[in-house]
Design a protein around this ligand. Structure first.
Ligand SMILES: *Cc1c(COP(=O)(O)O)cnc(C)c1O
Length: 376
């Protein structure tokens, strides 16, 4: 059942159904599995699993990600023995996509210093704004340069089924050597369910398999112990398998389409609301902030900009305590933003339409209190 679930997930997002893969606890672990597969592969003739990364002859590996990437990369670099200084956080363009020119320059500089580019991580939906990196360009660059290409699709990967997703998402995933997705996000599965997919199943085995005499498993079956760090494992696949059978590709496409369209709908409402400043919209995420009318002409002034950050941070917490809506946050170009991420199949147009009014009501009250406190 797990093998079939992994195959169905691969088919759903458009990567080779022959990929090796397994279910893990979530996106962090799924990404770390891809990262460790990259590490074993990048060692070339040196067996980095046996010899480690210490000592003068050890390759000095480097990982490349956008500055918007999720923090799992730090954990992975740490756990892999490379250290977090080996992570290059690359510049993005103004829509928060990794800039391929910055990647080329960083790889060239590191190679000139004798370092070894080990992995490029593209984001298929960044955690803060849902940005999809230029995956096709990154994939072909990595292929030309012989660098492992990993895609973090923990949040956004499943949007590959949607015609409303960017072309890079629908066409870029099959260029990756490894992909991480999270059924417990956009397949609406209960925690825990992450999935790591590696194009060449042998690369997964090369990163994780050991064969002590007390493992007498038949070689004809997939032994998931050879594919990841866990030995004893729970039956995470069952709930995902059942949900895939129940909803099918069409069901998931409809639900994911709805979420994306709802986020766009919300963003449109925000744009039409004078006291709200629309920021970035990507996949099913809309980010914006509350700007009181009297401050609108002075948002760039340092004291106003600091005040708006504080105001929106408190506003977010107050909305959460109020229990009517749950907004998280993003920080975009130093500006604190409210973040609506629609990943619930039960969210309706009426729900998102209620958000701007709620933010204005709570925001105006909060601003009045803070302004009075300031002047007293
Ligand atoms: C959520 C998320 C992760 C981490 O996934 P967990 O399931 O919480 O471990 C990693 N990357 C991205 C882009 C995410 O959105």
């Amino acid at each position: 059942i797990e093998a079939q679930t992994v195959r169905w997930i691969a088919e759903l997002i458009g990567v080779s159904p022959e990929s090796g893969g397994l279910l893990v606890s979530g996106g962090n672990m799924a990404n770390i599995v891809g990262f460790l597969a990259a590490r074993a592969a990048a060692g070339g003739s040196r067996d980095v699993r046996a010899r480690g990364l210490a000592g003068p002859e050890a390759p000095r590996f480097v990982a490349y990600v956008s500055a918007e990437a999720h923090t799992w990369v730090e954990k992975a670099a740490d756990l892999a023995g490379m250290g977090t200084d080996a992570v290059r956080w690359l510049e993005t363009d103004d829509r928060l996509h990794l800039d391929p020119e910055a990647l080329r320059a960083a790889v060239a500089a590191d190679r000139a210093d004798g370092l070894v580019p080990m992995i490029v991580v593209g984001s298929a939906g960044t955690v803060m704004t849902g940005a999809v990196d230029p995956l096709r360009e990154l994939g072909s660059y990595c292929r030309d340069e012989g660098i492992w290409f990993h895609v973090d699709g923990a949040y956004g990967g499943f949007a590959a089924v949607s015609e409303h997703a960017p072309d890079d998402l629908r066409e870029g995933l099959d260029l990756a050597d490894s992909v991480a997705v999270d059924p417990h996000k956009w397949l609406y599965a209960p925690l825990e369910a992450g999935c790591a997919l590696v194009r060449d199943a042998e690369a997964l085995r090369a990163a994780f398999a050991y064969h002590p005499p007390y493992y007498a498993f038949g070689q004809e079956a997939v032994n998931f112990v050879d594919y990841g760090p866990q030995n004893s494992r729970g039956f995470r696949a069952l709930k995902v398998w059942l949900a895939l059978r129940q909803a099918g590709r069409d069901g998931y496409r409809r639900m994911i389409d709805d979420d994306i369209l709802l986020a766009r709908h919300l963003h449109g409402r925000v744009e039409a609301t004078p006291e709200l400043e629309a920021m970035v919209q990507g996949l099913s995420i809309s980010t914006f902030r509350f700007v009181p009318d009297e401050l609108r002409d002075r948002v760039e002034a340092p004291e106003v900009s600091a005040y708006l950050n504080e105001l929106n941070e408190e506003l977010r917490a107050r909305i959460e305590r109020g229990g009517e809506a749950f907004l998280s946050n993003a920080v975009i170009g130093g500006r604190y933003a409210l973040r609506a991420c629609i990943v619930n199949m039960n969210t309706t147009a009426a729900d998102v339409e209620a958000v701007p009014g709620l933010v204005l009501r709570v925001g105006r009250a909060l601003h009045a209190e803070k302004r009075d406190a300031l002047s007293s």
